[in-house]
Design a protein around this ligand. Structure first.
Ligand code: SF4
Length: 233
């Protein structure tokens, strides 16, 4: 997303929230305007969360230490799933030495299936007030090919959250990286008019009454039993 569009959108978001998550599936540390984006969020007195696989932490730590996002989430399972990218020692030394220097809240997210890995015991011994370890089940993303089986249920999409993709597409869903539920473009219209559109209102009213109005949500694999899930079936 061009940084001038980011700034325009962030200013409009201020009316609705203090929290900005700098990703929808993508790798935040690859964003070429990361430093400018953090400056903008801080200047608006908003709170940025960075979610990262951590592979680029050494290259980007200066920016993160200088602008101190409110929270940084390291998806450590990205390393366990892709161990050929870099040696284990190099990866965890990078993440843990950064965590020691940072005053952001740091969450180390690990899939349940990796919780017995030896490095996890080491991490547990090094937790602190701002360094947390969170376990979570593996999430199965739904695709357009899946059958829409759910007709009822609720979710915080369109009620408490919206996502804005890199091309400006506004969607009510933090999982909708393809913009299937496309409510409009934040590059072309005020955010206010998009999130108050008929489609967004219909979705919000539906969830408030446990009705699913979007086919995409009927396919959703989010599970109420999943820790941290915001979807209740
Ligand atoms: S139900 Fe699933 S697809 Fe629909 S908004 Fe919520 S998380 Fe997104």
């Amino acid at each position: 997303m061009p940084i001038n569009e980011f700034e325009k959108i962030a200013r409009q978001c201020k009316k609705y929230t203090d929290y900005i998550y700098l990703h929808v599936l993508g790798e935040t540390l690859l964003y070429p305007y990361l430093e400018e984006a953090l400056k903008i969020v801080n200047s608006l007195k908003m709170k940025a969360t960075v979610v990262t696989n951590g592979f680029l932490i050494k290259e980007k730590e200066e920016i993160l230490l200088k602008h101190q996002p409110y929270k940084i989430v390291f998806s450590l399972h990205s390393f366990f799933d892709n161990q050929s990218v870099m040696p284990e020692k190099e990866y965890f030394d990078g993440v843990l030495s950064f965590a020691k220097k940072s005053s952001s809240i740091i969450s180390l997210r690990v899939l349940d299936e990796y919780k017995n890995h030896p490095v996890i015991s080491f991490i547990k011994e090094n937790l602190s007030k701002n360094l947390h370890l969170n376990f979570t089940p593996r999430f199965i993303w739904h695709t357009e090919e899946d059958e829409a089986v759910k007709k009822t249920g609720s979710c915080l999409g369109a009620i408490e959250q919206f996502a804005i993709l890199s091309d400006g597409t506004v969607t009510p869903c933090c999982l909708d990286y393809d913009g299937v539920i496309n409510l409009g473009s934040a590059f072309a219209a005020p955010l206010d008019s998009i999130i108050k559109s008929e489609r967004a209102k219909r979705m919000k009213d539906g969830f408030l009454n446990r009705r699913i109005t979007e086919e995409h949500c009927g396919k959703c694999k989010f599970d109420a039993k999943r820790r941290g899930s915001r979807v209740q079936n």
